[in-house]
Design a protein around this ligand. Structure first.
Ligand SMILES: CC(C)(COP(=O)(O)OP(=O)(O)OC[C@H]1O[C@@H](n2cnc3c(N)ncnc32)[C@H](O)[C@@H]1OP(=O)(O)O)[C@@H](O)C(=O)NCCC(=O)NCCS
Length: 118
């Protein structure tokens, strides 16, 4: 798990997932509502993907609710694309989109450098 903490303000965002063979599965990412749209989730994702790439991951995959536009926007902004859909995947009957991203070392390093000071 990766956590973004702001001085005096506790945890602002976190990201969780695990590495299975050469694929990293993103399980959950969230940013406190009042801290959203400041690049925190993107920063956590870029840092973690760079780390798991160094550990041997060559792709990342996740499921996201079809109606979750903010999360899809985040994932698209980091290079994820929809590769499949799972009908009625969630308990409430909503569909999931499967999104996948090929990991490429130099791009991850560049992104990490951009976010390094944040
Ligand atoms: C999805 C979520 C984690 C994004 O967190 P965040 O810290 O606000 O995201 P960032 O500021 O790093 O955004 C990075 C990019 O993602 C996209 N994005 C983020 N929020 C978006 C929104 N509401 N609508 C469209 N695109 C969005 C944008 O491309 C954004 O870049 P920009 O701000 O330069 O345009 C946050 O909205 C959240 O916590 N949602 C509730 C929990 C959730 O649904 N998690 C995902 C399912 S596991």
């Amino acid at each position: 798990m990766r956590v973004a903490e702001l001085p005096g303000d506790g945890v602002a965002a976190f990201l969780d997932g695990w590495l299975v063979a050469d694929e990293f599965e993103v399980h959950f990412v969230a940013t406190r509502p009042e801290r959203q749209r400041r690049g925190l989730a993107a920063m956590l994702l870029d840092h973690l993907l760079a780390e798991v790439f160094a550990e041997g991951a060559r792709s990342a995959v996740l499921e996201v609710r079809r109606d979750n536009a903010p999360a899809q926007g985040l994932y698209r902004s980091r290079g994820f694309e929809v590769v499949a859909e799972r009908r009625r995947y969630y308990d409430d009957g909503e569909d999931a989109l499967v999104m996948r991203c090929a990991l490429e070392g130099s791009l991850l390093a560049a992104r990490r450098a951009v976010y390094g000071g944040r």
